[in-house]
Design a protein around this ligand. Structure first.
Ligand code: ZN
Ligand code: MN
Length: 469
């Protein structure tokens, strides 16, 4: 008997804005010097007044629209009160009563709809730094550079019924974020609080799991733990657990507090916000083509395989890269290269293609693909050069040149060797022409030795046969 699992996710996504949610401090800075990108607002000094970053609101609105949410034309912010060193004000500014968007949904490939309860804006707390060796274990450092960075929180209903479904939901989510260009895939993080219960039992929350893979792993381990407890006739305690990435298991953190315990109050420093209908409609019309539409278009427009089109459409980056390559080489070559070769290189590092986008130079790879299309390099060289480029930061064309991997260069070299062998072994050539198969093997052997194994016997045999016809 398999017990029915219910999973709900609360995903926190860092928005790709230049400045923080309520102050002009930069969200990223050159130096990375701790506590260098803060001001009285994001440090919560008395008397400081927050001002909402319009860009962050625009991003949240786009995500809410893409997820079919009802947009709340009037909304406001609240203070979520708690004491922790990562929140110097002792409260986090978030949205509680009325979020930007509510009652949306995401459709999975099976056609199943996952309801989105709400999408709201909130500020990120500071980072706690546990620097081993520097301080005793009873001490901890606080870096307020992260304090006030804009987040959106996307809360689903408990409609997901397996860790795999949760993963598919997150894949869908990151694809949408990618197309909307609101998330920094190279530097940003996606964190989720994962709620899991077995129908008829208490719910357990796994707090603050980083990244899609870890969410799937944490849920798998937690589902197994709870199923075993239920099978043995035990009660599941309502609690908050943490995920340990090393042991891939969850551990008790604390007994679950309820939302009410946080004591939300209206944020008096921020006025209530209004979004006008025309404003919302304008944003809706301005939404870019999303992945499912893009996949259909690629198949129709370029005639590429459906599988490849789906992989390529999986991120805005891959899609743009493909369309760029397809300007120079056939769509088939471009699609296979992006959806299989480049994706495989990223996966080899445990990453998505988008996460290594900074290491991909489209112009250089395009040149490499042209060589491949003109049959100047073979498939093996194409892959090797791509790896040297992405993993080693090498210009892929230089890689081919420096390692003398052009097919024609090797080809003409082998041809020279064969001509030389034929002209200096006239007796064997005459025997071969008279039909002696042994002479052919003899000549192939000589040429192989001369080429020092660079050439393939098949290739040499073919050349000799052509030249002695
Ligand atoms: Zn600030
Ligand atoms: Mn939150």
């Amino acid at each position: 008997m398999t017990s029915q699992i219910m999973i709900g996710l609360e995903c926190h996504v860092q928005l790709k804005t230049n400045s923080k949610l309520f102050c002009p401090c930069p969200t990223r800075q050159e130096t990375e010097e701790p506590n260098s990108a803060c001001c009285e607002i994001c440090l919560g000094m008395p008397g400081s007044k927050p001002v909402l970053n319009k860009k962050a609101l625009d991003f949240a609105l786009k995500v809410a629209l893409a997820f079919n949410c009802k947009i709340n034309e009037k909304f406001f912010f609240s203070r979520k009160t708690y004491f922790y060193p990562d929140m110097s004000k002792n409260f986090q500014i978030t949205q509680y009563e009325i979020p930007v968007g509510s009652n949306g949904f995401v459709e999975l490939s099976s056609g199943k709809k996952i309801r989105i309860r709400r999408i709201h804006l909130e500020e990120d707390p500071a980072a706690l730094v546990h620097e081993a060796g520097l301080l005793s274990s009873s001490h901890c450092l606080v870096d307020y550079n992260r304090s006030g960075i804009p987040l959106i929180e996307i809360v689903t209903e408990p409609d997901l019924s397996s860790p795999q479904e949760a993963r598919e939901f997150l894949d869908e989510l990151t694809m949408v974020l990618s197309y909307l260009d609101v998330f920094d895939f190279e530097n940003g993080t996606l964190k989720a609080d994962c709620n899991l219960s077995i129908v008829g039992n208490e719910r357990v929350e796994i707090k603050n799991v980083t990244g899609k893979r870890n969410v799937e792993k944490a849920l798998e381990s937690e589902a197994k733990r709870q199923s075993e407890l239920v099978k043995q006739g035990n009660q599941i305690a309502r609690e908050t657990r943490g995920f340990d990435e090393k042991s891939l298991s969850t551990k008790t953190m604390r007994k679950k507090e309820t939302e009410e315990d946080y004591g939300y109050i209206f944020e008096p420093d921020l006025v209530a916000f209004e979004l006008s209908k025309p404003e919302i409609e304008k944003t809706r019309r301005g939404l870019p083509e999303l992945h499912s539409e893009k996949a259909k278009r690629l198949v129709k427009e370029f005639g590429i395989a459906e599988y490849d089109a789906k992989v390529i459409s999986g991120s805005r980056f891959a899609g743009n890269l493909f369309e760029e390559f397809a300007k120079a080489v056939s769509p088939k070559i471009a699609s296979v290269f992006v959806s299989r070769d480049l994706v495989a290189i990223a996966h080899h590092e445990g990453k998505e293609l988008e996460e290594i986008s900074g290491r991909i130079n489209a112009v250089q790879l395009k040149e490499l693909l042209v060589f491949f299309e003109k049959a100047r390099i073979n498939e093996k060289t194409l892959k090797e050069a791509a790896i040297a480029h992405v993993a080693g930061g090498k210009n892929p064309v230089d890689f081919v040149k420096e390692n003398n991997l052009f097919k024609d260069a090797a080809g003409s070299e082998i041809e020279k060797i064969v001509s030389k062998i034929l002209s200096s072994n006239s007796k064997a050539v005459a025997d071969l022409k008279a039909g002696n198969e042994k002479s052919l093997n003899f000549l192939v052997g000589l040429a192989m030795r001369e080429s020092k194994g660079k050439a393939e016997p098949r290739e040499i045999k073919k050349l000799i046969e052509e030249k002695t016809k």
